[in-house]
Design a protein. Structure first.
Length: 405
């Protein structure tokens, strides 16, 4: 006799029974969804190629743009993976100038497996690393400032950048510039803008080159349509350094300012001066921010303080021996004989220049232009090396004998 499973109707209506069934169903669904989410999947990522241990004085000039990497892992991990999470690179420690074949290597996060990499080996071209200094141009938007306004010459800080990279890319540079959007403006445009580098065909070279600095500060004066000129800024220095010290250089940034107003007034302006900078008794560099002194009847494009660095160095003396004396403006019909062929020179100036001065940087000469055969005491002359404040030649004169050939 077959027995049928009998469930009491009251049992099914019991609220605790229903709650237990609901809990069991929820657990089953949770385990099912979690198992589905943690199923391993594969995904392909296009990852930029990096370079380790590039040899000194070389740079990469040709390379693959991307490496295709197939990864495997749990669904939630792989779906959240970004290209920057995987490091794909070649080691160039033993590479040389020219084409090099290198094996692609990878570094990955935990819980991810690299299934494949394509290509597994790449050709990388190395060239000599060179460096140039370039001026930065300003490219303006096609639109102009607001009606009744004009833009003046831009003031860049710095106005030049250092660009380094593979020789062929550096030599291909055609333009170094920033983009300035001045459309509809009625006041000065001041921004910190990225520097772009392009070749003659308009191709961007930034990915191949290092630009230092990569951004420059730009100030474009926006003024009413009136007369305008660009004037150099001169620092007003007051006082003297301590005894035994001297000013060797004054660096002003920015060093130019736009001046606008009546043309007659502009014609009178050669420089725009800073407020006085006191260097009395100074024994070292002085760096300050100062205002510009405005001339009555004109306006300046800058309303900010100017950076001024006054370089102050200790004065030192040094004597250089055995400087060769040259005889200048000789007549081919005569023989010239100096009583002595060398002299010594005592120089005085800033310590950094005097200490580095070499004998071959000093030229001492005896000028015999127009002299006939005979005996003469000739004064010795010399060109003072750059940065030196005084130079004394010993002896001051030398005996010269001129004879017919």
């Amino acid at each position: 006799m077959n027995k049928k499973l009998f469930i009491n109707k009251d049992f099914l209506k019991n609220k605790w029974t229903l709650r237990i069934f609901a809990l069991i169903l929820a657990l089953v669904m949770w385990f099912y969804v979690n198992a589905a989410q943690n199923t391993n999947i594969e995904r392909v990522l296009d990852v930029p190629l990096g370079f380790h241990n590039i040899p000194d004085n070389t740079a990469v000039s040709e390379k693959p743009s991307i490496i295709r990497v197939r990864v495997q892992g749990e669904r939630d991990v792989v779906n959240d993976l970004l290209t920057r999470d995987i490091n794909v690179y070649v080691d160039l420690q033993n590479a040389s100038i020219g084409q090099n074949m290198a094996k692609v290597q990878t570094e990955k996060p935990n819980k991810v497996t690299i299934v494949s990499v394509y290509p597994v080996e790449v050709a990388v071209e190395l060239e000599q690393l060179i460096e140039v200094q370039k001026s930065v141009d300003v490219f303006y938007s096609t639109e102009k400032p607001a009606e009744g306004y004009q833009y003046l010459d831009a003031v860049l800080n710095p106005s030049q950048v250092i660009i380094s990279g593979p020789k062929s890319k550096v030599e291909a540079i055609d333009s170094v510039y920033i983009n300035a959007a001045i459309a509809g403006l009625t006041s000065n445009y001041a921004e910190n803008l990225p520097v772009y580098v392009r070749d003659a065909s308009g191709n961007n070279l930034n990915s191949w080159l290092t630009v230092e600095p990569s951004t420059v500060e730009v100030l474009i004066p926006i003024v009413t349509e009136s007369a305008y000129k660009l004037a150099p800024i001169s620092a007003s220095i007051s006082g003297e350094p301590s005894d035994g010290y001297m000013v060797t250089r004054v660096i002003i940034s920015p060093d130019l300012v736009g001046v606008y107003g009546d043309q007659a007034k502009l014609d009178e302006i050669s420089y725009v001066y800073t407020a006085p900078i006191n260097i009395a008794k100074a024994k070292g560099d002085i760096s300050v921010k100062v205002d510009l002194v405005n001339t009555e009847g004109v306006e300046l494009s800058l309303n900010q303080k100017i950076n001024v660095l006054v370089k102050i160095e200790k004065i030192t003396e040094r004597t250089l021996e055995n400087i060769l004396i040259s005889v200048e403006n000789q007549n081919d019909d005569y023989n010239y004989k100096l009583e002595q062929n060398v002299a010594k020179v005592k120089v005085k100036g800033p310590e950094s220049i005097v200490d580095e001065l070499q004998a071959n940087q000093i030229n001492i000469e005896a000028d015999v232009d127009g002299l006939k055969p005979g005996s003469y005491n000739i004064y010795l002359n010399g060109d003072m090396p750059s940065g030196i404040s005084s130079m004394k030649i010993e002896p001051q004169t030398v005996n010269l004998q001129i004879n017919n050939k």
